[in-house]
Design a protein around this ligand. Sequence first.
Ligand code: GLA
Length: 334
Amino acid sequence: MTSKLRRTTLSAILAATLAAPFAMQMTAHADEPLKVGFLVKMPEQAWFINEQKAATALGKKDGFTVVNIGTPDGEKVLGAIDNLGAQGAKGFVICAPDVRLGPAIQARAKRYNMKFVTVDDQLVDSTGKPLAGVPHLGMSAFKIGNQVGQAISDEMKKRGWKPEEVGAIRITDYELPTAKLRTDGATETLLANGFKKDNIFDAPQKTTDDEGGFNAASPVLSKHPNIKKWIVYALNEETVLGGVRATEQLHIPAADVIGVGINGAGEAFAEFQKKEPTGFYGTIAVSSTNHGRESTENLVDWIEKGKVPPADTQTTGKLMTRDNWLQVRSDLGI
Ligand code: GLA
């Protein structure tokens, strides 16, 4: 055997050895029905529970399996992709705990030859731009933020509040682009309606839930005891509810608080069903059912029919308050 030939033979053996586990994996799962994952950053949040429920329901109807996994940190995300790979899943939908995990998620998915799409939070590359080649479905964040600002401005007028006597708690998460866009949109509309710029106070949040909202809002309220009327806005209703709870803790009457959230999920419904109105005035409801169903449908069509999903789908929302929540809920199929 010439040395060249030997080299070729050796590399062929090596290639076969390396490929073997993957080939086995593929054949072992070949005749099973299609399996896809649905990974969310906060599996306890009503919004995400509903998305996963909608994905599972679509799977039942169309004959594929959805593996729902909660992935609150980067390690869990990578572990979940390994787990899906080992189960022979062909792809996944993901709302990641940190959008900067983009390149790592892409590399891990490639290892198993899995396709994936993002929902809600769009992944970014190492320069902070949306990760190329990954179809996304999420809210039209800035416009929905505008709706928050409009709802608050309208309600302020209705209550006869003078802008100079009102403070705003803007609970922010500037590391998440959709969150920044949402609060920026709200701010823009508030200012256009005469809200005082100097009366807007930033309250950076650590986590995008009730607790994160409460912890962010409390110090702002304590620092401004002279302000008697407050508005609260943020990226989602859970955060706003946390902010409203912080006003209650300081015995600020509900009539002096206007909180408007975004999502339209379980927590808002519970709030609207309380006997007395609270400082949580309303929320811009978006269909989490559609987000879960459409993102999954996009992924499955891509896997099964080779139909590449639209690069960026942006969904719209509708103001939901105590007065109309049941109607809006049924209109949006939530
Ligand atoms: C983000 C928020 C969620 C929800 C989704 C909807 O992920 O953290 O609460 O608002 O966006 O797109």
